[in-house]
Ligand binder design. Structure first.
Ligand code: NAD
Length: 453
């Protein structure tokens, strides 16, 4: 594909002003919904081939979120895109002041492989809702889903509105050399820096949805059984290949034994065996080998079984792990859960704060003081109290990171804002002209200005 030509076509279409019509945007969103609905069987088949993701998880953690975003955007678009009147300050009177949301233009969306549908289509929904055109680049690491996304979109959409470009590093590098009006990237913090540098050359605004090492703090005074159940679900969902999964657990020393035994029970109840067709594969050999290397046999509390042929790693809980161990250096991104104890919450918070800001953070506690302490003292993208991961499913909560875990946010109205410019306008009538600002200046005028401003 000739990227320059695609971008030129999209820019021409954007400049025809058709995407500024709300009716046009709603039509495109409805069309996207219909395309996804009518190709669901192919979407399920492709993701199963990539990493054995089940229909249940694909619907619950991907398609349902996309449909919700489409429906919400269709419903709220007239309100989101309407110009908003704001107060005018005294010095400008008589006048009116407005904020007009406007689209940015031609946008590039680069997706990651671990939730290949929602991480590509939710930004696309936001971009179209805001009146932009989109070039979408799914991850080559999940080739089957990339292929099906490209096929169903490119066969049904006009390329000047939405087009899918497939490829890996060389193609993405070439894409990043082009001038876009917005780049929306989901992936690792390492590649996020490459994208940010490329965008800076053209002063292109970015949203960067990146990675982090997400802590889950469990205090002794909570329902340990429920905490364990929720931790197990959120950690081993997608075999731990979830950007907001709890990366490691910090549990109050007195509750460690009970938490570990409850985690083990819930892992057994969930049946994450190799035979269970709902337990997902590690995406590729490289990641499988990386994860296997992180398992320290001395530290295994439960799990530890691996099968290279099936890229299977059983849910593995590790104890006696120290902050200096290899597993505690980078995001794990797999089904390995270190459980580390603490006696002093201040110290635990200090350890978390000594590391880059994470994408999420979780606290399990029935004590309001502990909850507020964690929420007030630790900076992170978003999170939950007494739960994990589920905050992503509330479209009213902007989703994004902070510091090393990202720049900007999306979902719902935040997504619309991520792909919009908010143009500020002051409208003056020709009548009413206080002479204050005009030369010649005087002491009297200055005194008036001091009073008015
Ligand atoms: P990645 O950073 O390797 O790749 C993401 C995208 O960037 C892919 O489309 C890939 O083709 C492209 N890319 C890779 N290397 C590149 C390079 N050198 N130059 C230009 N483009 C390049 O990430 P991944 O392995 O696909 O996804 C996993 C990572 O993404 C994890 O770190 C995870 O935490 C993060 N993630 C973040 C979120 C979020 O919402 N914040 C969501 C999912 C995944």
């Amino acid at each position: 594909m000739d990227f320059q030509q695609i971008i030129k076509k999209q820019a021409d279409f954007f400049n025809s002003n058709q995407t500024r019509e709300i009716r046009f945007r709603i039509e495109q969103l409805r069309k996207l919904r219909t395309i996804l609905k009518s190709h669901e069987a192919e979407l399920y088949e492709a993701i199963y081939k990539d990493f054995r993701k089940s229909e249940f998880e694909t619907y619950a953690t991907e398609l349902s979120l996309i449909y919700n975003e489409i429906d919400e955007a269709i419903r709220k678009l007239p309100k989101w895109s309407a110009r908003k009147r704001v107060k005018t300050n005294l010095v400008n009177l008589p006048a009116r002041s407005y904020i007009i949301p406007e689209p940015l233009g031609v946008c590039l969306v680069i997706g990651a492989w671990n939730y290949p549908y929602q991480l590509t289509f939710i930004p696309v929904v936001a971009a179209i809702a805001a009146g932009n055109t989109v070039v979408l680049k799914p991850s080559e690491i999940s080739p089957e889903t990339s292929l099906v996304i490209a096929r169903i979109i490119n066969e049904n959409f006009q390329p000047e509105i939405l087009v899918v470009v497939e490829g890996g590093i060389p193609e993405t590098t070439t894409l990043l050399e082009q001038k876009f009006d917005k780049i929306f990237f989901t992936g690792s913090s390492r590649v996020g820096k490459i994208v940010y540098q490329a965008a800076a050359k053209n002063l292109t605004p970015v949203t960067l949805e990146l990675s982090g090492k997400n802590p889950a703090i469990v205090s002794a005074n909570c329902n340990i059984r429920k905490a364990a159940k929720r931790l197990v679900w959120s950690k081993f969902l997608n075999s731990g290949q979830t950007c907001i999964a709890p990366d490691y657990v910090l549990v109050e020393e007195v509750a460690k034994k009970e938490l570990l035994s409850q985690i083990k029970i819930h892992i057994e109840n969930a049946d994450y065996s190799l035979e269970n067709s709902n337990y997902i594969q590690i995406i590729n050999e490289q990641n499988f080998n990386r994860l296997v290397e992180l398992i320290d046999l001395q530290e295994i509390y439960c799990g530890g079984e691996t099968k290279a042929f099936d890229r299977y790693i059983a849910p593995t809980v590790l104890t006696n792990v120290g902050f200096e161990d290899p597993i505690m250096q980078d995001e794990i991104f797999g089904p390995l859960l270190p459980v580390i104890s603490y006696t002093d919450l201040n110290e635990a918070i200090g350890l978390i704060k000594s590391r880059p800001k994470s994408l999420s953070c979780y606290v399990f506690t029935s004590d309001k003081q502990i909850r507020n302490k964690v929420l007030n003292e630790i900076s992170f993208g978003g999170g939950a109290v007494n739960d994990a991961v589920m905050h992503i499913s509330n479209g009213n909560l902007p989703f994004g990171g902070v510091g090393d875990s990202g720049i900007g946010s999306y979902h719902g109205k935040a997504g619309f804002a991520a792909f919009s410019h908010f143009k500020s306008i002051l409208v003056k009538p020709f009548w009413g002209e206080p002479n204050l600002k005009y030369s010649p200046y005087s002491k009297l005028k200055l005194n008036w200005i001091k009073r008015l401003v």
